[in-house]
Design a binder for this molecule. Structure first.
Ligand code: PHE
Length: 382
C-alpha cells in the first residue's frame, strides 16, 4: 500500500499546478497590507479584488478565471523583494501588480525584470521605477508632472494661494519624496519663485520641531511636504504649535483616511495633488465609487483603490490581447496599451512604459477633501 500512496502523492504534487493552470490565470499582488503605510496596500487590494470579481463574473480571461495571490510586504523594501521572489518562484504567477510606494517598487523590480515576469505598478510615481527594465510598467503619471503641477498651482492658479516664497520639508529615506522635492523645486525656480528653506526628515521620525523652527525663520508663504500620510499629520500639528500657519501642500502620498485622524484641524486649508477625486462627475468615476461602496460597506475609495482596480483591468486586457500568458507576450501587450478606458482616466502606455493622465488638486477641510482643479499632462509637467 505504501508505494501506491507515495506514488499518488508525488503524482498529485506534479499534476496539481498544471491542472490548476488550465482553468485559472494566477497574478501576484505585492503591497503594504500592514505596517507604516497599511492603507496603501489595503486599498489597492480592495480595488484589485473588485476588478477580479467583475472580470470573472463576465467570463474571465482567455476562458479562464483570474486568481490573485496577495502578498503583504509589511511596508518594508526587503519584504517587497522577498514577496516578488515568492510570487514568481512558488506561486508561479504570470504577472505582478505592485507596489504603491516607489522605494518598494524600486527594490522589487529587478527581481521581476530578471525573471521576465511583467510588473505593473498601479501607483509608483518616481521616474526611476520603470527605468529598471523593459518588463516594468506603471499605469499612473510620474513625478516630474506631479511636482510641477503643485508648484504651478501654488504660484499661478486662481484657485490657489498665489505664493512666491516656499519652503520644502522632505523625507530623505524615500525615493518618491526626494524626487518630488527636486521636480517641485525646479518648477518653482523656473517660475520666478524662491525656495526659502529646504529641510529633511526620515520616515518614522516623530519630532519635526527643529526643521519647522528653521522653516519658520525663513518666513515662507507655503510649505511643500512630499511625504506619506503617516508623518504628515504630526508635521502639521507641530507646525501649528510653533505658530507656523501657512498652508502645507503635498502629493499623492497624503491620500489616506488616516490623514484626517493624524492631522485633525491642523491640516485644514492644506492642498495635495492626487490621481482622482471621489467627487468627480465623470460617469466612470461615479460607477466605480458606487460599485466599491457596495462591495466594501459604504467606504469611499481613495486613489490607491481606483488605481488598483484600473491596474488589474489593464493587466486582464493585456493578457486577452496577448492571447496567452507567456511573459514576453504579456509584456508586449502591456507596452501596446492604447486609449484604455480606465476608471481614473484614459490610459496609453508610452515608450518609457509610463502613463500620461490628468492630475487633480484637492483641498483639505474638516476631515474631507474637495476637488479644486485638474491639470492635463499637456500643461504643467511637459
Ligand atoms: N506615488 C507614491 C509613490 O510613488 C505612492 C502613492 C500613490 C501614494 C498613490 C498614495 C497614492 O511612492
Amino acid at each position: 500500500m505504501k508505494i501506491p500512496l507515495l506514488f499518488a502523492c508525488v503524482l498529485g504534487c506534479l499534476v496539481a499546478p498544471a491542472a490548476r493552470a488550465q482553468n485559472e490565470i494566477v497574478i501576484g499582488h505585492f503591497g503594504s497590507l500592514t505596517g507604516g503605510t497599511a492603507t496603501f496596500g489595503t486599498s489597492t487590494k480592495e480595488g484589485i479584488d473588485l476588478a477580479v470579481k467583475e472580470i470573472n463574473d463576465a467570463g474571465g480571461v482567455l476562458g479562464k478565471k483570474i486568481r490573485v495571490v496577495h502578498e503583504d510586504d509589511q511596508s518594508k523594501s526587503e519584504q517587497a523583494t522577498a514577496a516578488v521572489f515568492k510570487l514568481i518562484n512558488q506561486d508561479k504567477v504570470v504577472a505582478l501588480i505592485g507596489e504603491v510606494a516607489s522605494t518598494r517598487s524600486l527594490a522589487a523590480a529587478p527581481t521581476a525584470q530578471r525573471s521576465r515576469v511583467p510588473m505593473l505598478s498601479p501607483a509608483s510615481t518616481n521616474p526611476k521605477v520603470t527605468q529598471t527594465g523593459d518588463y516594468i510598467f506603471r499605469s499612473c503619471f510620474i513625478d516630474p508632472f506631479q511636482g510641477a503641477a503643485m508648484a504651478d498651482f501654488l504660484m499661478k492658479s486662481d484657485k490657489g494661494p498665489k505664493v512666491k516664497r516656499v519652503a520644502v520639508l522632505y523625507d530623505v529615506r524615500n525615493d518618491y519624496s526626494t524626487g518630488l522635492r527636486e521636480f517641485f523645486t525646479n518648477t518653482v525656480k523656473a517660475g520666478g519663485g524662491q525656495i526659502v528653506a529646504d529641510e529633511a526628515y526620515g520616515e518614522g521620525d516623530t519630532d519635526f520641531r527643529a526643521q519647522l523652527t528653521k522653516i519658520k525663520q525663513a518666513n515662507p508663504e507655503a510649505i511643500y511636504v512630499p511625504g506619506y500620510y503617516t508623518e504628515i499629520g504630526l508635521i502639521a500639528r507641530q507646525a501649528r504649535d510653533l505658530g507656523v500657519n501657512v498652508p502645507l501642500c503635498g502629493g499623492d502620498g497624503w491620500d489616506s483616511e488616516k490623514l484626517f485622524e493624524g492631522g485633525g484641524a491642523a491640516i485644514n486649508g492644506c492642498y495635495f495633488t492626487n490621481h482622482y477625486s471621489a467627487q468627480e462627475e465623470r460617469p466612470a468615476v461615479r460607477k466605480f465609487v458606487a460599485d466599491y461602496k457596495a462591495m466594501y460597506g459604504g467606504k469611499t475609495p481613495d486613489a490607491m483603490a481606483i488605481l488598483g482596480y484600473d491596474a488589474m483591468r489593464i493587466m486582464a486586457d493585456a493578457i486577452t490581447r496577448a492571447g496567452n500568458t507567456r511573459g514576453k507576450a504579456v509584456r508586449d501587450a502591456l507596452a501596446a496599451t492604447k486609449d484604455f478606458p480606465a476608471a481614473s482616466g484614459t490610459i496609453t502606455i508610452d515608450k518609457d512604459r509610463n502613463a500620461q493622465k490628468p492630475i487633480v488638486v484637492l483641498k483639505v477641510q474638516d476631515g474631507k477633501t474637495s476637488f479644486l482643479t485638474s491639470v492635463d499632462p499637456g500643461g504643467a509637467g511637459k
